[in-house]
Design a protein around this ligand. Structure first.
Ligand code: SAH
Length: 505
């Protein structure tokens, strides 16, 4: 019997915004044993990949060796021949200026099955994200995608016919055309295209630092000599480029141009990061603490076995709910195990976590703080048996106040919370250079860990604290918060950043 072959998925990664990957592209990534990707691929795209998959970066200009096209083809063929599924992630659309023909030829020659998944090409992204339509009923009934980098060895007869291009009755979009722009723009003018034709250069389309520069065909060489523009950028040439307005939907979003560092543990950061990103922010991650299962489950298991002895189960974080409930389910129990107890949640995120397990919190204080929870629960807890399901560290105030209110308290650690000891070099450098506008500080433990991770560099960013308590920890360490949330939730911290950002522009 012949050996089972893997399949190769040639997947369009889109122009940069990880949200522009297609659903099929995400599916293929989840099926991959090996992913070959460019350094430009957003790290978030790799979150669709199984943890067991092998990730191979194809290199970066100026950083180590770039794999040649032949080596990439060989690597795909070899991996699929070994029976493994490969995703070759290609920027934008794999069929636009991406040497797709060579990859197809190599796969067909080796009889490797393959699939091509389209992606959003740079011209489409630049057009939508700069608010410039590529076609127009009056002025542009067609569009041409043109490369500014011709293969050197091409015969003169196969080279681009600029006389025809100058007469093209629609929009021209140049890819890879920044360095050669002085030449091709002059050639177009020499062949009769009006030097007044509007031009828009869109750099890093769809990314949080997208830049658009408007000029005319005649002025293009001068504009580019004035400012050094680094790739990637497309140049849109045509009447449609005159439609560009600096106040377009993309760069008027309230946090556009603002860089925010999110410091929550990775799996929790998503929600906050997604919301900040949709408001236009450039979001960076540096978890300051990490959350892990308890080193030993025996105490949690003992509590689960005795669950019916407790009148109240008190959850002081969403993490606590997840770790506890998952352990309970993993041991073959279900929510009925909690039937005789009442449930208390410290705040809305904790109540939401309970809701994921179809549980409704009987008590949730108006204010998301241990003191408020203790005050709300105190009167009902007198003489009752209360189980606190908590992190390996944290304040003792809840157990102290409930004991003082006459409750009999037991505590069990359902997850470990530890400081992260090393920060990412790129984040350290960005912070030191004052490039991070805001840093979110969503708990006291995170505040302390940030101080030991970054020290004095914290004075170069505005610290956005989730609560007065967190702000106090920062202030005591000598780094007062620039903004403090009014409601002690992710929403509250976002509202505080929005308020500060709107006041400072
Ligand atoms: N297959 C890709 C194109 C690869 S050629 C696609 O379909 O988009 C590389 C060129 O694409 C760059 O030189 C630049 O002209 C363009 N490009 C890629 N990403 C871009 C982005 N985010 N913004 C502007 N241009 C981009």
């Amino acid at each position: 019997m012949s050996k089972k072959l893997g399949i190769v998925y040639l997947v369009g990664a889109g122009p940069g915004d990880p949200g522009l990957l297609t659903l099929r592209g995400a599916e293929c990534l989840s099926l991959a044993d090996v992913v070959l990707y460019d350094y430009l691929a957003s790290p978030e795209l790799l979150s669709h990949v199984q943890p067991s998959a092998e990730l191979i970066c194809l290199g970066r200009h100026g950083h180590g060796r770039l794999l040649s096209q032949t080596e990439i083809c060989e690597s795909m063929v070899q991996t699929a021949s070994d029976g493994r599924n490969v995703v070759r992630l290609k920027g934008g659309d794999p069929a636009v200026f991406a040497r797709l023909a060579e990859e197809i030829a190599a796969l067909e020659a080796a009889d490797i099955p393959y699939e091509i998944v389209p992606g959003v090409t740079a011209a489409s992204a630049a057009s939508s994200y700069a608010g410039i339509p590529l076609t127009d009923r009056d002025s542009a009934s067609c569009v041409a995608f043109i490369t500014g980098q011709e293969q050197d060895q091409k015969l003169a007869s196969e080279a681009l016919d600029y006389e025809s291009i100058a007469k093209f009755p629609g929009t021209l979009v140049f890819y890879m055309g920044i360095t050669t722009a002085p030449t091709w723009s002059r050639t177009l003018v020499a062949h009769g295209k009006s030097p007044k034709t509007p031009v828009a250069i869109v750099r890093r389309a769809s990314l949080p630092d997208q830049q658009t520069i408007c000029t005319s065909l005649g002025e293009l060489p001068h504009v580019l000599s004035q400012q050094k523009l680094r790739p990637p950028a497309v140049v849109i040439v045509g009447e449609v480029a005159g439609e560009y307005r600096a106040t377009n939907w993309f760069n008027t979003r309230p946090l556009f141009g603002i860089t925010i560092l999110v410091t929550r543990p990775e799996h929790q950061a998503d929600d906050l990061a997604t919301r900040l990103r949709s408001l236009g922010a450039d979001v960076l991650y540096q978890p300051a603490i990490e959350i892990a299962p308890p080193d030993d489950w025996s105490k949690v298991d003992a509590a689960i076995d005795r669950l019916r002895e407790f009148d109240w189960l008190v959850f002081s974080s969403g993490n606590g709910v997840h770790f506890f409930m998952q352990r309970l389910l993993a041991r073959g129990f279900d929510a009925r195990r909690l039937a005789s107890a009442r449930l208390a949640a410290i705040g809305p995120a904790t109540a939401e976590a309970l809701a994921e397990f179809h549980l409704v919190a009987d008590i949730q204080p108006d204010e998301y703080r241990a003191e408020a929870l203790a005050e709300a629960l105190g009167p009902q807890a007198k003489g009752k048996r209360v189980l606190l399901l908590r992190a390996s560290r944290g304040r003792e105030v809840l157990s102290e106040m409930l004991s003082a209110a006459g409750a009999s308290i037991e505590q069990v650690v359902v997850y470990e919370s530890r400081d992260v000891s090393d920060a990412d070099e790129a984040i350290i450098a960005a912070l030191a250079a004052g490039k991070i506008d805001f840093t979110t500080v969503t708990s006291s433990a995170i505040a302390r860990s940030l101080v030991s991770l970054f020290g004095n560099a914290l004075s170069k960013t505005k610290l956005a604290a989730i609560s007065p308590l967190t702000a106090e920890v920062l202030a005591e360490a000598g780094y007062p918060a620039a903004v403090v949330a009014k409601s002690y939730t992710s929403e509250g911290i976002i509202a505080a950043i929005l308020d500060h950002a709107s006041r400072s522009c």
